[in-house]
Design a protein around this ligand. Structure first.
Ligand code: SAH
Length: 220
């Protein structure tokens, strides 16, 4: 699959999720995916190796968060790995300031390279650190919105994320399935100073894989 076909596929998938993107931004997303695959040959970054699958499982999955970014300026991606969801979100939303943190140096190296290559260096920062809830000493911001994909269970994640979000800001958990957790979200949120703001169930557009997005707001 070439870049033009992958861009068309990306746009088709996003359309089904009601996310709109200028064509040049969609192409930049595909260039990021290609670079991820190119680096993956020497640095282990992802188990997904077909461009078509990367478009859905990494790009589109990351971009499901876009509708919740309006009104936010400073975003923190905790445990970003190869830059997911932070890089696709930074590409999608002009002006968004995104800090991505990961405990593994080679992943942070890739994020820095990708950000520079995509012209995002002025508003995307990659930090090599193990986030332990101390933003000042870890050189991490207090964000308007904290997001993580595939980092940890929602309970411990809320306890960690609370340290990095300003009062009134939100945290977004990206979950494979909500099964079994739905009834506990309000309680887990409350234990950590959050109220559940939105729960969104969706299916990825081509595979139909279920996803649950949960947005919590930090109480003032
Ligand atoms: N968000 C990416 C990566 C998920 S894997 C994606 O969805 O593809 C989880 C990542 O979190 C790993 O890269 C791991 O190094 C990182 N990680 C785990 N605990 C962390 C912590 N406390 N601080 C920073 N990074 C952490």
């Amino acid at each position: 699959m070439d870049n033009a076909a992958a861009t068309t596929l990306l746009q088709e998938g996003l359309r089904r999720l009601c996310v709109e993107m200028p064509q040049e931004v969609a192409l930049a997303q595909v260039v990021f995916a290609q670079e991820l695959l190119r680096w993956n040959a020497k640095v282990n970054l992802t188990a997904i190796v077909q461009l078509e699958a990367v478009v859905e499982k990494h790009l589109i999955d990351s971009l499901t968060v876009v509708p919740w970014l309006a009104g936010n300026e400073v975003v923190l991606d905790l445990g970003a790995g190869a830059g997911l969801p932070g890089i696709p979100l930074a590409l999608a939303v002009p002006g968004l300031q995104v800090t991505l943190v990961d405990a593994v140096a080679k992943k942070v190296g890739f994020i820095k390279h990708a950000a520079a290559m995509l012209g995002l260096a002025s508003r995307v920062k990659a930090v090599h650190a193990r986030a332990e809830g101390k933003p000042e000493s870890e050189k991490l911001p207090r964000a308007d919105l904290v997001v993580s994909r595939a980092l940890m269970d929602v309970g411990p994640w809320l306890a960690l994320a609370a340290a990095y979000v300003r009062p009134g800001g939100s945290v977004v958990a990206m979950m494979g399935k909500g099964v079994g957790l739905e009834g506990q979200l309000a309680e887990l949120g409350a234990e950590n100073g959050f109220a559940v703001q939105d729960v969104k169930h969706l299916a990825l557009p081509f595979s139909g894989d279920p996803r649950t997005l949960v947005r919590f707001m930090r109480r003032k």
